[in-house]
Design a protein around this ligand. Structure first.
Ligand code: HEM
Length: 454
């Protein structure tokens, strides 16, 4: 089978580059081979960064491409076999229909209030001249928010314990290339005791499972039809044969939402604080826009043009998800001049697409203004992927970013502790800043409580 060109180095060398420096590796390949190239990991993988080709692949009803889950088995140790991410075909379609509504429409109003309350609660403890680690603060906020949306659990002892165990499980080696390598090579996933990385992960996963199963069992014993959280909704749902979801299916879906829904948004927010404070003109314009708001009217915050542009530019310049999930060629197809055979695996490179100079002039510059002067197509700007596996938390994540940023910026004056450039690097299967982003609290801008309206 003739595949697009790509590096000829041994697969193990490519895998090590992929795990250690994925963005540099992709950039280097794009320089040498262009918009489409093949890399060799444990199998050949075609990466694409051409918007027309991305449109071809990601158009939801394209017959030539499927969005299978077999390559997503990388996520199985954490998410299980019944997660939206690890299922495909009809099961995937049904699960999406079930999980999409809670992240859209009316529900978003309730979440907006929760996001604002939790943000204010977290920053309440900040003192003038204190140094705060923005990433930890953002992780606390996003984890509490998603716990509230998924379980309706907030401040109970189980919520506090789950929050604690999930954050250590997600953090355990999350940033180390070794952990990523273990995910690519199942043979390395061996429990060699509680002091080894895989052994630690398994024990923490066990603790999380126990808490989730206890919560499910209690809900089954005391059903409450008034509850509107996502767990209640899933427990009430039945499949096409009228069967409700099993405990294991529920667990897999819950852990998927908890993990996909907090780490990603926390990273995006961390980058946003970095860029806003690294670029004084951006901070100034954003504050001017926020000062125009009398109270935190969530609808108004969601529509603020400059704030939206700042969030988009943050997700463009260093996208948290470097790639779309894999797509598989189902029928012979021509992509960027190459005839691809059925069975070829392709991934959209979000990172390379967002750094194309022909779409984004001075692509390495942080410039929210580009989103005010031009509209980009969903295949030029795709931080949440596209098509049948498009991120279901897209609207939720954007709302969360805007409310957290608006709340913090309105209440607290922050400054970067160092002006050093921060670069992205792999964090497990996604990316994030290569160092902690510490900020000092310079002062309080307004009364510590914001009046809100929906
Ligand atoms: C800034 C934050 C986020 C970013 C950058 C992000 C990015 C992505 C990307 C790139 C994909 C792959 C799409 C594709 O293959 O076409 C994805 C899928 C997914 N995301 Fe997100 N995401 C974010 C937040 C969230 C949140 C808040 C949730 C849940 C509450 C979530 C849940 C999911 C799920 C379940 C999938 C898999 C969808 C499927 O397989 O059908 N994400 N996300």
């Amino acid at each position: 089978m003739k595949l697009p060109n790509g590096p000829q180095t041994p697969a193990i060398v490519q895998m090590l580059q992929w795990v250690a420096t994925p963005m540099w590796f992709m950039e280097d390949c794009a320089k040498r081979y262009g918009d489409i190239f093949t890399i060799q990991l444990n199998m050949p993988l075609v990466l694409v960064s051409n918007p027309q080709a991305l449109q071809q692949i990601l158009t939801s009803d394209a017959k030539e491409f499927a969005a299978p889950s077999n390559l997503n088995s990388l996520f199985e140790p954490l998410l299980g076999k019944n997660s939206l991410i690890t299922v495909s075909g009809e099961t995937h379609k049904r699960q999406r229909q079930l999980l999409t509504p809670p992240f859209h429409g009316e529900r978003m109003h309730n979440y907006a209030q929760t996001i604002s309350n939790i943000t204010q609660e977290v920053i309440k403890s900040w003192q003038v001249s204190e140094t705060v680690c923005i990433r930890s603060a953002m992780q606390t906020i996003t984890l509490r928010v998603i716990m509230q949306a998924v379980f309706g659990l907030y401040n109970s002892s189980r919520a506090v314990e789950l929050e604690r165990v999930i954050s250590i499980m997600m953090d355990a080696g999350g940033s180390s290339p070794l952990r990523a390598l273990m995910l690519y090579y199942p043979a390395l996933q061996r429990d060699l005791g509680k002091l080894t990385p895989w052994g630690t992960f398994l024990r923490r996963r066990e603790m999380v499972n126990k808490l989730i199963y206890t919560e499910i069992a209690e809900r089954r014993e005391n059903p409450d039809p008034e509850r509107t959280d996502i767990l209640s909704l899933l427990m009430a749902a039945c499949d096409q044969n009228g069967e409700p979801m099993t405990d294991v299916e529920l667990r897999d879906e819950l852990i998927t939402l908890l993990s996909a829904g907090h780490e990603t948004t926390a990273t995006a927010l961390t980058w946003a604080f970095y860029w806003i404070h690294k670029t004084p003109s951006v901070r100034y314009k954003l504050l001017a826009e926020l000062d125009g708001l009398d109270d935190m009217d969530f609808n108004a915050v969601n529509k603020l043009p400059y704030l939206s542009a700042v969030c988009n530019e943050t997700l463009r310049i260093y996208p948290v998800g470097m790639l779309t999930f894999p797509r598989e060629v189902k029928e012979p197809v021509n992509l960027c001049g190459y005839d691809l055979e059925p069975g070829t695996y392709i991934m959209g490179s979000i990172y390379l697409t967002h750094r194309r100079e022909d779409i984004y002039s001075e692509a390495k510059q942080f410039s929210p203004e580009r989103f005010l002067s031009r509209q980009f197509s969903p295949y030029e700007f795709l931080p949440f992927g596209g098509g049948v596996r498009r991120c279901i938390g897209n609207a939720f994540a954007m709302l969360e970013m805007k409310i957290v940023l608006a709340t913090v910026m309105k209440l607290v004056e922050l400054e970067l502790v160092t002006n050093k450039d921060v670069r992205p690097r792999r964090r497990g299967l996604v990316t994030g800043p290569n160092q902690a982003i510490n900020m000092s609290v310079k002062g309080m801008r307004e009364a510590r409580v914001l009046s809100t309206s929906v």
